[in-house]
Ligand binder design. Structure first.
Ligand SMILES: *[C@@H]1O[C@H](CO)[C@@H](O)[C@H](O)[C@H]1NC(C)=O
Ligand SMILES: *[C@@H]1O[C@H](CO)[C@@H](O)[C@H](O)[C@H]1NC(C)=O
Ligand SMILES: *[C@@H]1O[C@H](CO)[C@@H](O)[C@H](O)[C@H]1NC(C)=O
Ligand SMILES: *[C@@H]1O[C@H](CO)[C@@H](O)[C@H](O)[C@H]1NC(C)=O
Length: 400
């Protein structure tokens, strides 16, 4: 009887094999390769367990670029764009910047098969070295930030026939930068709408003192452009900052924003009538440049590219002070970067990009102070055809 049993077992395995990943996936994760001679968007399915499974690598129709790490030549490296939000999801689309082509690409997501996005078009960034995207909470307005020689931003509005340029919202900064920029000093990092639609905030880094110097950091800034109806203020109000890499608005305290910041670990802002900023301190921190908030615990998770530490903090909305709740160390030289978190009811799922390994690390967040590593998604797990560029960046999620 063994043979027929084995046969029927094999038959049932064979029947199971073609079950398409997209049928049981609950969503997808996206990042970009940032290839200098051809950029790809890489999409992977999220299984019900939270684990990633290879999806597809799709050409974006543009090229990546990379900041110049003096005195090195122009080569790709982890953190090539010195920014956050190089890949974002807006409604049923995923978008990425092509910093070497001065464009961004828009892909349509099929909710039934989310790791198989289709290129819908590329759009000019109206500047040089686009490195970040930001969308309004209603998904109707989109802005692209330029951090090169021609720096500033341009915005688009959603219409029946796709995204159209809102020329009245173009703004230039006039910073003395090159294309590509000389690494991070003085570069814009991210562009973020206030959730209530009242303002557009741009994070701009200061200029750190040279290594081993006792000189002070030349402060950076948050530029805040008021939005009234469909009009964007011509000039921003400016709040001093350190080296802000992003601004993430607290989901429970509107107007409170957490910024990952390699100068001290993080900085917390409150915008409004009397803007304020409180720098935080993380012991042993070297290069915290990315963060995301957990819906479940309201904690912020700070990612340090040099120490390879993911540190959870809670933020007091009154004092703007942050307190360390827990941390996870990912191993020497992991060079972890972009992070995204999704809420799944009784837990949250967190995905951290590891560009040096061409990999992703997945974590489950279950309570304040509790988050646990559960998947190494390695380079050999990537979709077929993924170009193993050294400049992987971005992390954005879509949920069915
Ligand atoms: C991308 O780079 C390649 C190689 O340098 C070049 O031939 C191509 O024109 C570039 N494409 C775009 C869209 O910039
Ligand atoms: C712009 O930056 C370059 C390189 O740092 C410097 O040589 C030049 O003097 C600066 N130009 C202005 C107008 O500040
Ligand atoms: C800074 O000082 C340390 C210790 O004295 C030394 O090892 C390092 O090479 C110095 N770095 C630079 C850029 O001068
Ligand atoms: C990681 O973070 C924890 C908590 O902030 C800290 O105690 C530890 O020293 C850090 N590790 C490294 C390698 O920076």
């Amino acid at each position: 009887m063994l043979a027929p049993l084995l046969f029927s077992l094999l038959a049932s395995l064979a029947a199971a094999a073609p079950t398409a990943r997209w049928q049981d996936s609950i969503g997808a994760s996206y990042f970009q390769t940032n290839g200098l001679a051809g950029n790809q968007l890489v999409a992977n399915y999220i299984e019900p367990s939270g684990k990633l499974v290879a999806g597809s690598a799709v050409w974006t129709g543009g090229n990546g670029s990379a900041t110049i790490n003096m005195p090195g030549p122009e080569v790709n490296h982890p953190d090539p764009l010195v920014s956050s939000n190089s890949v974002i999801v807006v409604g049923k689309q995923v978008l990425n910047v092509n910093s070497g082509s001065n464009t961004f690409s828009v892909f349509d997501i099929d909710a039934a098969d989310p790791a198989n996005p289709k290129l819908a078009g590329t759009f000019p960034s109206y500047g040089e070295f686009p490195n970040s995207l930001g969308a309004s909470a209603d998904g109707k307005t989109l802005c692209v930030l330029n951090a090169g020689k021609v720096n500033g931003f341009a915005c688009y509005e959603a219409g029946a026939s796709g995204w159209s340029h809102m020329a009245g919202w173009d703004r230039t900064f006039g910073f003395n930068l090159t294309t590509p920029p000389m690494n991070l000093p003085g570069t814009p990092s991210s562009i973020t709408f206030a959730r209530d639609g009242s303002a557009l905030h741009v994070a701009i880094k200061g200029i750190p003192p040279p290594a081993n110097s006792t000189a002070q950091l030349q402060p950076g800034s948050i530029y805040t452009y008021a939005i009234t109806g469909s009009t964007l203020a011509a000039e921003p109000t400016k709040t001093p900052a350190q080296l802000p890499f992003a601004l993430v608005e607290d989901s429970v305290n509107p107007g409170v924003f957490v910024s990952p910041d390699p100068a001290s670990g993080f900085e917390v802002f409150r915008f409004g009538a009397n803007p304020s900023a409180v720098p935080g301190t993380l012991d042993g921190e070297m290069a915290v440049c990315w963060t995301a908030q957990s819906e479940l615990t309201k904690s912020f998770f700070l990612v340090d590219a040099v120490t390879s530490n993911v540190t959870e903090i809670s933020v007091d909305p009154t004092t703007l002070k942050g307190t360390v709740k827990s941390h996870h160390h990912l191993g020497t030289n992991a060079a972890i970067t972009d992070v995204a978190i999704g809420h799944r009811g009784t837990y949250d799922l967190m995905y951290v990009l590891v560009p040096s390994y061409r990999a992703i690390r997945a974590f489950k967040i279950t309570a304040p102070g509790k988050f646990k590593f559960f998947q190494h998604f390695e380079r050999y797990d990537l979709p077929q055809g993924t170009e193993l560029s050294k400049g992987f960046n971005g992390q954005a999620l879509f949920w069915k």
